[in-house]
Structures are given as structure tokens and as C-alpha cells.
Design a protein around this ligand. Structure first.
Ligand SMILES: NC(=O)c1ccc[n+]([C@@H]2O[C@H](COP(=O)([O-])OP(=O)(O)OC[C@H]3O[C@@H](n4cnc5c(N)ncnc54)[C@H](OP(=O)(O)O)[C@@H]3O)[C@@H](O)[C@H]2O)c1
Length: 478
């Protein structure tokens, strides 16, 4: 009998091809399939010597090449194509076989698919994969959902090919059905927030302190040796250092300032709204990209009045880079705290048992937000598993309290000079809102009761109440 493959990959564009190569390089025999045959042929031609591949040119051939229970990884364009591929393979599979969707699916689609396939006796494992094409080849962060049973066979393979940090694989069974894709979605949302905060730091250092992109690259390089040590800070320094070959100008000055998005940030915000979780850092980052891309609106508004940008001087200038570092760190803690609260809320809503400390641990390597900082998040949840927010955990609490003066002064400077800092500002507003003894929400409740008889609760006794606003203004129990 000919040798069978322990896993198969269908969808061999850049991500699928690299994931298949990664599996083969780790000694696993991989069956290969793609809708159009050319991608399968070229993978074997170019990389066939990297490991054991079994190319298949029909769905049946692909399924027949797999050991039982069969494990098929789908890596195709998310949406309709994923459903089409599932429908192509599911009828050829047997109870106990596993279909993995490693594309960027919406977790609600994953829940729907998991339920439908479970009824047919098949395991469906929606899996978040982060790290882009390089990650897929050299070790991504992998976030599988689906049943615990499916993880028993898939887990060792995925842990094998994932990134490793301190010898630990950046892969864990996140939770049932759509939990993996949910966590990947929030990862991407946090990535948006982190990138926006870094971009605002650059804008401040340039607009308020007058530093050049190359000087700012050096500032980021220094920050990367401290508590902000992360992939995003590292690549920011490299991008800022880069000089455009054609014009000789800083690269950052020849790129159009309209940021694009593929949609996972938007999903994160939509789900945040559905769950009622304030993830304002992610939302402002998504809106900031939308604003940057509103070119018509921006050209209509260009020239609207604002303050004169007088760069900082003296001691304010001397301490400014350090102040921005403090503001960036504090705002980043807020953005991550909000993202982890969203995962907590999703877990409660959908019945997932998600270990938040493990999530932070598997984001330490392979993915875009990989950072030293994530170790501190793991430690925070280890010390206090029911932690309500990262902001109240020992180390983060102290760091954010210590950052107060700088954080507030940087935002004041931004407001005074007219430099937009939606990420920094919303982070501070969230922090002040959380720590407030009283919020003006009491007045909002009064307004709601006035125009809509929506009732309110009192601070001094239980029950719901309504004031007869149009009558004698007496209070009645609702
Ligand atoms: N690129 C990244 O950095 C990245 C990172 C993480 C996750 N992802 C996710 O990974 C998945 C794959 O990404 P990618 O960039 O490698 O590829 P992609 O451009 O999203 O999709 C191309 C692949 O999908 C196949 N396909 C499209 N429609 C199909 C259909 N109706 N039936 C069967 N196959 C179909 C194509 O087959 P043909 O060759 O026959 O056209 C090709 O193999 C996506 O879900 C993506 O969102 C990507």
C-alpha cells in the first residue's frame, strides 16, 4: 500500500503553500490540492525536495491520500469559496474526519459551519493563523477552535509548526466552535489599535518636536530595547529609516496617507458593539483609517482653521520623547485591556472556556502583535485568573499611574498644536471613565426618563422609578 499523508492542504496560494511547506519541513507527509492544478504542480516542482508531498489533482484523489481520521486544512479565500470547498469535500469524508478552516473567516460563519458539519459527524475546526506568509512558512501563531477531541490529533501537528517562545509553542486549543476565529479577530483589532498608537507617536514626535523620520526611527529603535520591545516597534523603525530610491526623500513622505483595511478590524468593532464592550481603542483605529481614506472629504476640509504649530522648545522638548513613550505605553495597556475584555465577553456569550493568559502566551511569537509585553499579560492572569481588567493588575496599574503626567501632557500638547491623537485621547478618556466615582450617566438616565419614561434606579434604595415630569414631578415606583 502506498504511503498516506497525515494531513492535507487545499488552497495553495501564498498562505496554503507556505503552511504545507512548513508541515513538510517538520517531517509530516502532506497531501496537496488546489482548485486549479497549476499551483499544486508548481509547489511540487519548486519545493518538492523540502519534504514528503503527495500531489492530488481531484478531490477524491486528495481524500484517498489521507490517513484516517482524515485531516484537511482549507486555506482559500474566506467567504463563499470556503463554503464551496467544504461542500466539495464533506460528502467524500467519513464520521470522525476533521476539516480545518485556516483562512480569515468570521467566527459566526465558523459557528454555523461547525454546527452543520457536526450534524454530519465531521469535526470542523475554525483556526486563526497569524503572521502572514512568512509566519506560515517559519512558524505562525495558531489559534484553533473546534472540539477538544479534534485537537488531540491536530494539536501536535500545529504545535510542531507554530512559532516557539522560550520553548513553548504559540498554539493552544482556544475553545469550542468559533473561539479560534473570534480570538484571531480580536488579535487583528488589537493590531489596528497598536499600529494607530505607534503612528500617533510618530506624528507627535514630528509635529510637536520637529524630529525627522530618521531621528524618529532612532527613538523607536531605543524604545525597542525597553518595555515596548515588539515586532511592530521594530518594523516601524525600519520603515522610518527607509529612503525612497527614486526621490531621495524619506519613504514615509512619498506614500499616500490613506490607510487601507481588509475588514477584520471592522468586524472586531461590530462585535464589540453587539457585545456592549467598549473597545474604543480599536474603534478609533478603524475610524482613523476610514478618515485617512476619505480623500474627498479631506480635500474639502483642508484649510479649515486651527492653531499654529509652534514646535516645542526647552525642557518640554527635552522630555518630549520620554513623555510620548509613557503615553504610548499607557494607551497600549488600555487597548489590550479592552481587547481582552472583549474576549472575556465573547466567551461568556458563546459558552467558550478561554484561558486569557494562554491567549497572551501564544501571541508572543509568530504573529504581528508579538511582544515582550505579552509575558506581563500572561503573568497578570496567572496571578489573578478572574482579573476584571488588566488595568487593575499590579504591574500595569503602577505603570499607568506612573505615566499619568506624561500621558496627560502629551495629549494636551497634541490638542494645543492641533495634532490628531484619537488613539491616545480615547485611551485616557476610557481610563478616566473607568476610575471615576460618578459618571454623568446619571444625567443621561434622567433625560431618558424625561422623554421616554425609561425609568431609573436610585443610589439609596432598590427598585425602578419614574418621575412624572409632565405632571407634578413626583416620583412613582415603576
Ligand atoms: N495573506 C496573508 O497574509 C494572510 C494571513 C492570514 C490569513 N490569511 C487568510 O488565509 C486564506 C488564504 O489566503 P491567501 O492570501 O493565501 O489566498 P487568497 O488570495 O485569499 O485565496 C486564493 C486561494 O483560494 C482559492 N479559491 C478561491 N476561490 C475558490 C473557490 N471558489 N473554490 C476553490 N478554491 C478557491 C484559490 O484557488 P485558485 O488557485 O484555483 O484560484 C487560491 O488557492 C484567506 O482566508 C486569507 O484571509 C491570509
Amino acid at each position: 500500500m502506498s504511503k498516506k499523508a497525515s494531513i492535507g492542504v487545499t488552497g495553495l496560494a501564498v498562505m496554503g503553500r507556505n503552511l504545507a511547506r512548513n508541515l513538510a519541513r517538520h517531517g509530516h507527509t502532506v497531501a496537496l490540492h488546489n482548485r486549479s492544478e497549476e499551483r499544486t504542480r508548481s509547489l511540487v516542482e519548486q519545493f518538492g525536495d523540502e519534504g514528503d508531498f503527495i500531489p492530488a489533482y481531484s478531490a477524491q484523489e486528495f481524500v484517498d491520500a489521507l490517513e484516517r481520521p482524515r485531516q484537511i486544512v482549507i486555506m482559500v479565500k474566506a467567504g463563499g469559496p470556503t463554503d464551496a470547498v467544504i461542500e466539495e469535500f464533506a460528502p467524500l469524508l467519513e464520521p470522525g474526519d476533521v476539516i480545518v478552516d485556516a483562512g480569515n473567516a468570521h467566527f459566526a460563519d465558523t459557528r454555523r459551519r461547525e454546527q452543520a458539519l457536526r450534524e454530519r459527524g465531521l469535526h470542523f475546526v475554525g483556526t486563526g493563523v497569524s503572521g502572514g506568509e512568512e509566519g506560515a512558512l517559519h512558524g505562525p501563531s495558531i489559534m484553533p477552535g473546534g472540539s477538544k477531541e479534534s485537537y488531540e490529533s491536530l494539536g501536535p501537528l500545529f504545535e510542531d509548526i507554530s512559532a516557539k517562545v522560550d520553548g513553548e509553542p504559540c498554539c493552544t486549543h482556544v475553545g469550542a466552535d468559533g473561539a479560534g476565529h473570534f480570538v484571531k479577530m480580536v488579535h487583528n483589532g488589537i493590531e489596528y489599535a497598536d499600529m494607530q498608537l505607534i503612528a500617533e507617536s510618530f506624528d507627535l514626535l514630528r509635529g510637536a518636536a520637529g524630529y525627522s523620520p530618521a531621528e524618529i526611527a532612532d527613538v523607536f529603535g531605543t524604545w525597542n530595547t525597553g518595555r515596548l520591545d515588539s515586532y511592530l516597534i521594530e518594523i516601524t523603525a525600519q520603515v522610518l529609516k527607509h529612503v525612497d530610491g527614486a526621490s531621495g526623500k524619506p519613504f514615509v513622505d512619498v506614500v499616500e496617507d490613506a490607510a487601507e483595511q481588509k475588514g477584520t478590524g471592522r468586524w472586531t468593532v461590530q462585535i464589540g458593539l453587539d457585545l456592549g464592550v467598549p473597545i474604543s481603542g480599536i474603534a478609533e483605529a478603524v475610524f482613523a483609517r476610514s478618515l485617512s481614506g476619505s480623500t474627498g472629504l479631506r480635500s474639502a476640509a483642508r484649510g479649515l482653521g486651527g492653531p499654529t504649530r509652534t514646535p516645542l522648545t526647552g525642557s518640554a522638548l527635552e522630555t518630549f520623547a520620554d513623555d510620548v513613550e509613557q503615553a504610548l505605553y499607557a494607551s497600549k495597556v488600555v487597548a489590550y485591556a479592552q481587547g481582552f475584555n472583549q474576549i472575556q465577553a465573547g466567551a461568556a456569550e458563546y459558552g467558550w472556556d478561554i484561558d486569557l493568559g494562554r491567549v497572551a502566551a501564544i501571541w508572543r511569537g509568530g504573529c504581528i502583535i508579538r511582544a515582550k509585553f505579552l509575558n506581563d499579560i500572561t503573568s497578570a492572569y496567572a496571578a489573578e485568573p478572574g482579573l476584571p481588567t488588566l488595568l487593575t493588575s499590579g504591574g500595569f496599574r503602577k505603570a499607568v499611574e506612573d505615566a499619568q503626567d506624561s500621558w496627560r501632557s502629551v495629549i494636551s500638547t497634541a490638542v494645543r498644536l492641533g495634532i490628531p491623537t484619537p488613539g491616545f485621547s480615547t485611551a485616557l478618556a476610557y481610563y478616566d471613565g473607568l476610575r471615576a466615582d460618578r459618571l454623568p450617566a446619571a444625567l443621561v438616565q434622567g433625560q431618558r426618563d424625561f422623554f421616554g419614561a425609561h425609568t431609573y434606579r436610585r443610589v439609596d434604595r432598590p427598585g425602578s422609578f419614574h418621575t412624572l415630569w409632565a405632571g407634578d414631578q413626583s416620583e412613582v415606583e415603576a
